[in-house]
Design a protein around this ligand. Structure first.
Ligand code: ZN
Length: 251
């Protein structure tokens, strides 16, 4: 039984690309994992001219580059392990293809935009949402900084963070963000992107002034019904429902 010359996986019928597509210059074949990864870096036609060393070098350079990107994200205040866990390494390899070499990430958060899970990323050059869909090509939605009016952290009815982007007269919302991440994202934008610093402070104060109580009181029955439905569906536990009920009724 032969082995993949790059990762040493034993090759079998299932993990080896058909028709010798993964054959290298020395005749050895790559396993499917290594082959798929290599295809993100070069064309099918180039593969047969590479040696196992060439491939190992390409992968090492790529690892170093990805590691640099993870460090950039970490520098925005995210936990390194949670970045890696969330992206499950192969998906993280989308970012290098999306970022320009001289682009530096200044704000980063996981969230849901337009019903698709992904990450919202801010660099000096642009703001974009990268959809996490492992089987397809990376899908990027760009927000031109010139058209971004504000980036505001909010909390939805269920206590989950939202990043609201006022964009070209519309509101674009990134849902399902950890509250701390949403706050930090907006702070990082304010600190790093020109034109987003001073105005935002005033808005923060406004938000604290008209904080939740008054609004919640008005629709307590509706809120209770909503949480009861969530409990029925098994989205929240009885204990979580009881806690929310107490809070809503001011008990
Ligand atoms: Zn391999």
């Amino acid at each position: 039984m032969s082995k993949c010359p790059v990762c040493s996986t034993e090759l079998n019928f299932l993990n080896t690309p058909l028709l010798g597509k993964s054959k290298l210059a020395n005749g050895e074949k790559l396993c499917k994992n290594c082959y798929d990864r290599l295809l993100t870096m070069c064309d099918q036609a180039q593969i047969q001219s590479l040696t196992p060393n060439d491939v190992a070098k390409l992968f090492a350079d790529d690892d170093a580059y990805v590691d640099g990107i993870i460090t950039q994200i970490e520098n925005t205040g995210m936990n390194r392990q949670s970045i890696i866990d969330y992206w499950a390494s192969t998906e993280l390899k989308y970012l290098p293809g999306v970022l320009d070499q001289d682009e530096t990430i200044v704000a980063f958060a996981n969230g849901v935009y337009d019903d698709v899970t992904g990450v919202i990323v801010a660099t000096q050059a642009r703001l974009f949402f990268l959809a996490k869909q492992p089987l397809l090509d990376p899908e990027v939605t760009d927000f031109d900084w010139d058209l971004v009016e504000s980036v505001t952290p909010e909390i939805d009815d269920e206590g989950v963070g939202v990043i609201t982007i006022a964009y070209d007269g519309d509101l674009q919302e990134i849902f399902g963000v950890r509250v701390a991440d949403a706050n930090r994202f907006a702070d990082n934008v304010a600190a790093n992107i020109e034109g987003f610093g001073d105005d935002d402070d005033e808005e923060d104060e406004d938000e604290e002034d008209n904080a939740q109580p008054g609004m919640a009181e008005a629709d307590v029955p509706a809120q209770l019904e909503k949480y009861a439905a969530l409990k029925e569906k098994g989205v929240i536990t009885q204990a979580e429902f009881d806690a929310k009920k107490k809070q809503l009724l001011g008990l």
